[in-house]
Ligand binder design. Structure first.
Ligand SMILES: Nc1ncnc2c1ncn2[C@@H]1O[C@H](COP(=O)(O)OP(=O)(O)OP(=O)(O)O)[C@@H](O)[C@H]1O
Length: 301
């Protein structure tokens, strides 16, 4: 097994207010290998933002294990958190305005990050700014301020800013949320290039179905847990021609829990309890008895 840059095991995040308790993450397990690019998708309220906040060090989980770029997100001190956010992880947010300083040009935004991190100076810094802008294919827009750039161009500058310090991990929250389909593809293309050419481990949280089809691995979150995964690969047929394959898997966690897709439970009317049978090469799941489920001691009608 290769080393993982993101490794979450049984991750729990509970939000408590005076009389309500919300379990935003309910034992989530997720492993992203070094250099991989993964999309995390899920319905509103499934826990995507909570996960991203934990992975970026903005929020602390209630229990479980979360390692990002070798840092333990539960045990991290305040000082380590600052170093982690400055050098191990880069962010791209949905709101283009949150990613860039409006009064600086594209090039100056990148240079500012290098200056804060005490990175290269003088001509070496200028060269690095050019390299980063070329990598996201907007080398000609170096002197433009964010207000003089389209949404997609701003997001590409944001990617360059996010990776300026050579982070191990790049986290993106709906990076294409405010963009049309064609522009989204350009931004994703820039993220893929960064992932392939720099080997930055990339995790994108998104609602956008086009993102899901453009990465090798898509992980679905349901009710605060990873429920299914789609893995895309290319294979060759007997004539040697390549074809794309997308396989969907259910995620089985360390203690053997998995979620059945809603379409399956609905199709067979599965609820409350089911019959599991171990067959030689598979496990079957069948509806339980038709009799209503009662608990000992409960009043019978
Ligand atoms: N600070 C908080 N206090 C209380 N509950 C919270 C807090 N943050 C999130 N939640 C709850 O946790 C659950 C997961 O929320 P989260 O924002 O992670 O979902 P999401 O998948 O990112 O949704 P969306 O796609 O709408 O942004 C929701 O029920 C939400 O109401």
């Amino acid at each position: 097994m290769t080393s993982a840059d993101i490794d979450c095991v049984d991750l729990v995040r509970i939000f408590r207010s005076k009389d309500v308790e919300v379990q935003a993450l309910q034992g989530l397990t997720l492993r992203v290998e070094a250099g991989d690019m993964v999309a995390v998708v899920g319905a509103s309220g499934s826990g995507k933002s909570t996960l991203l906040n934990v992975l970026s060090g903005l929020d602390r989980p209630s229990a479980g294990r979360a390692m990002v770029a070798g840092h333990d997100m539960l045990a991290m001190s305040r000082a380590e958190r600052v170093t982690f956010q400055r050098s191990s992880v880069g962010f791209v947010w949905q709101q283009t305005s949150r990613n860039l300083l409006p009064y600086l040009s594209a090039g100056e935004n990148i240079a500012a990050v290098l200056a804060i991190a005490k990175g290269p100076r003088g001509t070496a810094r200028e060269k690095r700014v050019d390299e980063l802008l070329d990598l996201v294919q907007i080398g000609d827009l170096r002197d433009r301020r964010p207000s003089e750039l389209s949404g997609g161009q701003q997001q590409r500058v944001a990617i360059a800013v996010a990776i300026a310090n050579d982070p191990t991990v790049l986290l993106a929250d709906e990076p294409t949320g405010e963009l049309d389909e064609a522009t989204s593809e350009e931004v994703l293309g820039a993220m893929r290039r960064v992932n392939e050419e720099r080997g930055v481990t990339t995790l994108i949280v998104t609602h956008d179905p086009t993102v899901a089809t453009q990465v090798r691995r898509t992980v679905q979150i349901r009710d605060g847990r990873t429920s299914t995964e789609v893995v895309r690969s290319t294979r060759r047929d007997e004539l040697g021609d390549e074809y794309a394959v997308a396989e969907e898997f259910a995620v089985l966690d360390r203690v053997g829990r998995m979620q059945l897709p809603a379409a399956f439970t609905e199709a067979l009317g599965l609820r409350d309890r089911v019959r599991l049978t171990l067959e030689p090469d598979q496990v079957s799941v069948k509806p339980g008895s038709d009799a209503p489920v009662t608990t000992e001691g409960q009043d019978q009608p």
